[in-house]
Design a protein around this ligand. Structure first.
Ligand code: UGA
Ligand code: MN
Length: 372
């Protein structure tokens, strides 16, 4: 009885199970490769072949869940004129959310100052500055506020497990925090651009990216071996990419080489930038379901360079050996060196290295002679 019943039940189950399997297979095959990837289901045939080789096929996109720690922010645009026009003339242009990852080092404040002086010319821009450290740098709050550009200053330290990796995922925790901020504010109007603190931006870049309907792309100068990275365009359409490092990347572009419309991005709940050095751009663009035919080429059909991947030579912190009794208001040196310390540029010491050189008429003088 039991056996018979079992067989009978199995007979009934067979078509059911087969039907269910057929349904699952049908759904899987009808989803586009990008949707499958975004859902963490693995890519298409082309993907699995290329990506498994690079360990990318197991990428599992989940909604971001970052903690956003705001240091200070200002939504007020205190600039009166931009490019010789009063602020009011820029009316309702879509806002550019310019995301700048940054990290403490001797060059940080100079880089941000230079970048700010470019951004000062750009109307309708909100500057998201995400600092790769635990604590808010008060000096930076003051600096950012002084420019009068609307901004949000946040801290977003790289998780410690990645710190000693080589290469480390630079600027990723920062960009993830900025993406989370955009999500939290439910922003579906405006343009997202990832602008590192050390690049060089042509003002024409901003009017170009502001037109972005979904995803726009353009060449970046000074990248790797070819001195350039960017799309190949034929008959006004992006058809391929020129970049000296492909490594299985479907979108072999630099972080500064694309912009995204927030309305488009809002359709993808799994927007993400995994901690995978070298693949940040590619995986981010996959997470928002990019397709070749959606890409809008900019910069006169990708013939011009509107952004340069300049890199600043980095040096370790300066060290000035000076007796602390002279760091008072008898001279400027106390305040000057204090400021440089706040900026993370130089420190003072009483014991390390050689005495600071202070000279007059071409001759070194004892500190006591000038400072007491
Ligand atoms: C290149 C690309 O242009 C970057 O977009 C990409 O993030 C980076 O490689 C990478 O994948 O590592 P590159 O000039 O080599 O950029 O890198 P950096 O300029 O040193 O760093 C990129 C951004 O991350 C900068 O804005 C930098 O301030 C920030 N960063 C760097 C951190 O926030 N933390 C770090 O420890 C290092
Ligand atoms: Mn850089």
């Amino acid at each position: 009885m039991v056996r018979k019943g079992g067989v009978a039940r199995r007979r009934c189950l067979v078509p059911l199970v087969a039907g269910a399997l057929f349904f699952v297979a049908f759904c899987y095959l009808t989803l586009s490769a990008d949707t499958r990837l975004a859902l963490g289901l693995g890519g298409g045939a082309e993907d699995s072949e290329e990506l498994s080789h690079h360990g990318l096929d197991g990428m599992n996109f989940r909604p971001l869940n970052e903690t956003v720690h705001i240091c200070s922010e200002s939504y007020e645009d205190r600039r009166q004129f931009m490019q010789d026009k009063p602020q009011s003339e820029y009316g309702q242009l879509p806002v550019i959310y310019f995301v700048t990852p940054t990290y403490p080092r001797r060059e940080q404040i100079p880089e941000l100052t230079r970048l700010a002086h470019t951004l000062l010319h750009v109307p309708r821009l909100h500057w998201l500055v995400a600092d790769d450290q635990e604590k808010c740098n008060g000096f930076m709050d003051t600096l950012l506020y002084r420019f009068g550009i609307p901004f949000t200053h946040m801290v977003s330290p790289m998780p410690s497990k990645f710190r000693n990796e080589k290469p480390a995922p630079r600027g990723v925790a920062n960009r993830r925090a900025a993406l989370q901020w955009l999500r939290q504010h439910n922003l579906t109007n405006g343009i997202l651009y990832f602008g590192d603190d050390d690049n060089t931006y042509d003002l024409r870049l901003f009017s170009e990216i502001r037109k972005t309907q979904r995803v726009s792309m353009f060449p970046v100068g000074l990248i790797a071996d070819y001195g350039v990275s960017g799309p190949v365009v034929r008959k006004g359409k992006v058809v391929a990419f020129l970049d000296s490092w492909v490594a299985g990347r479907r979108w072999p572009v630099d972080m500064a080489g694309f912009a995204v419309n927030l309305e488009y991005m809002a359709q993808y709940p799994y927007v993400n930038m995994p901690y995978k050095p070298g693949y940040e751009e590619d995986l981010f663009l996959r997470s928002i379901g990019l397709q070749m035919n959606l890409i809008e080429p900019r910069g006169n059909n990708c013939t011009e360079i509107l952004v340069w991947h300049t890199q600043t030579k980095s040096k370790k912190l300066g060290m000035v050996r000076l007796e602390s009794k002279y760091l008072d208001d008898r001279s400027n040196l106390g305040a000057l060196l204090h400021n440089l310390k706040l900026m993370g540029v130089a420190s003072t010491t009483e014991s390390e290295g050689r005495d600071a050189l202070i000279s007059k008429n071409g001759k070194e003088k004892p500190h006591s002679k000038i400072l007491s």
